[in-house]
Design a protein around this ligand. Structure first.
Ligand code: FCB
Length: 452
């Protein structure tokens, strides 16, 4: 049955982005190099050798981009600060010109009544800190807290919501274990160490932000989470699914929401954890006013001894649509939200901080972008958020990934996630049909479901 899905009056509708994926101006105004600058400039890391050197040129076009957000009626904008604009060498000398940019951006947002959700780290670690070992080095966590303090001192008179990290799991595992992201290291123990220090840095930064904020603020984190399904009902596959769930979800959720770490369940985690997790670390990590959930896909897994650590690998089941990157599985967002609520009962706000789909969009003969697939995706996913809310999960907001097509990391510009189409040669922005659809959802604070 088709029906109107209404959202609470104070529900926050927004969109998300990250510094490296949109800003460009990679070496302007005394910005220091980050690990992503280094990574993209070395051959073989990104499809077609593409880089974020120019990206969407948002550094210069932020006013036009904020105007687009306003046009679509966004309540909030989640963006990240580039650490190396603020502290070019990661610690030490502050670069005022870098802070000035975020100052202007925040003012522009507030001028249009768009609430800034500021994220301190979306993967662009200063190269100078990578040269000293990067996230596997515990000192990096302390450097992060210093950086958090510097940004807080400058912007907390206007910014009320502070996210420490975006997807620390991906930063650690894709950066230091899988190696497909910067800094491109392939070492399982480096990945485990990086993850612990990223989480520790969340706790240290939360302390620094609260201590130096000019007004009461909320401190949160954004996690990538995936519901895990067993490929079959066999005991082996079910055990594999449970191990994968621990690796993908519990390694971040347990420390942040329970103050425990599940890594000792794995031989390598047990070996490392003695020297890695110092007394007091887990208490520090467990501090959250806002849990941001990023949802893109589920993982369907089978027992597979070939894979290190988890002895499990992913299969791609039949029956659903697939995008250029993942299976499309809307129920997953409902499964995640209800699971978090049931298993953890978080004593903090919960929001969807990213959700979206890559579609090979293009301009039609009349200049319109008819991205029906994204509209279907949004309708089905947001309906599942509503379903979780109906069952009592107090979700406070939904941020779409992303406002505009942008630089999709190792996949370059080929994967388009925007509500707004970008011609990367001319930098012309065109609102897609999905942007118009989403704007209407915001305006009506809900939409009519397709009955499924
Ligand atoms: C998330 C990242 C974001 C973007 C989307 C598609 O994992 O946080 O930067 O790349 O995936």
């Amino acid at each position: 049955m088709r029906k109107f899905l209404a959202f609470p009056k104070e529900f926050v509708w927004g969109c998300a982005s990250s510094a490296y994926q949109v800003e460009g101006a990679w070496n302007e105004d005394s910005k220091g190099p980050s690990i992503w600058d280094t990574f993209v400039h070395a051959p073989g890391h990104v499809v077609n050798g593409e880089t974020g050197d120019v990206a969407l040129d948002h550094y210069h076009r932020y006013k036009e981009d904020v105007a687009l957000m306003k046009e679509l009626g966004m309540d909030a904008y989640r963006f990240s600060v580039a650490w190396t604009r603020v502290l070019p060498a990661g610690t030490g000398t502050i670069n005022q010109a870098g802070l000035d940019f975020y100052d202007r951006l925040v003012d522009e947002l507030l001028k249009h009544k768009i609430e800034p959700y500021l994220c301190l780290f979306h993967w662009d670690l200063p190269q100078a800190l990578q040269d000293k070992g990067g996230w596997p080095n515990r000192d990096t966590a302390y450097a992060f807290a210093e950086y958090a303090r510097v940004v807080t001192e400058r912007l907390s008179d206007r910014v009320k919501v502070w996210m420490t990290h975006n997807e620390p799991w991906v930063a650690a595992m894709a950066g230091y274990f899988g190696g497909e992201h910067a800094p491109g290291i392939k070492d399982v123990s480096a990945g485990i160490k990086a993850l612990h220090h990223l989480l520790l840095s969340h706790g240290l930064a939360a302390e620094a932000i609260r201590a130096s904020a000019i007004q009461p603020v909320k401190v949160g984190i954004t996690l990538n989470l995936n519901p895990v399904h067993a490929a079959s009902q066999s005991k082996k596959d079910r055990d594999a699914a449970s191990r994968m769930d621990t690796i993908l979800n519990r390694t971040t959720l347990d420390p942040l929401l329970k103050g425990t770490s599940p890594i000792q369940q794995f031989a390598i985690g047990k070996l490392l954890s003695r020297s890695l997790i110092k007394p007091g670390d887990l208490e520090k990590i467990r501090t959250l006013d806002l849990l941001g959930v990023n949802y893109y896909a589920r993982a369907v897994v089978k027992h597979d001894p070939k894979f290190p650590v988890v002895a499990a690998s992913q299969i791609h089941p039949e029956g659903n649509e697939y995008s250029g990157m993942w299976e499309i599985y809307p129920e997953g967002i409902y499964e995640l939200l209800t699971r978090i609520w049931k298993d953890y009962q978080p004593n903090c706000d919960i929001m969807i901080t990213e959700n979206g789909v890559p579609v090979p969009d293009g301009l039609d003969f009349d200049g319109r972008v008819r991205d029906e697939r994204r509209i279907r995706y949004l309708r089905n996913h947001i309906a599942q958020v509503h379903r979780a809310m109906d069952e009592g999960v107090p979700v406070k907001g939904y941020f779409h990934w992303s406002l505009m097509d942008n630089f999709e990391w190792a996949l370059g510009y080929g994967q388009r996630f925007g509500l707004v189409y970008v011609d990367f040669k001319t930098q012309k922005r065109t609102v897609k049909d999905s942007g118009i659809w989403f704007a209407n959802v915001i305006k009506e604070n809900g939409f009519t479901s397709n009955g499924k």
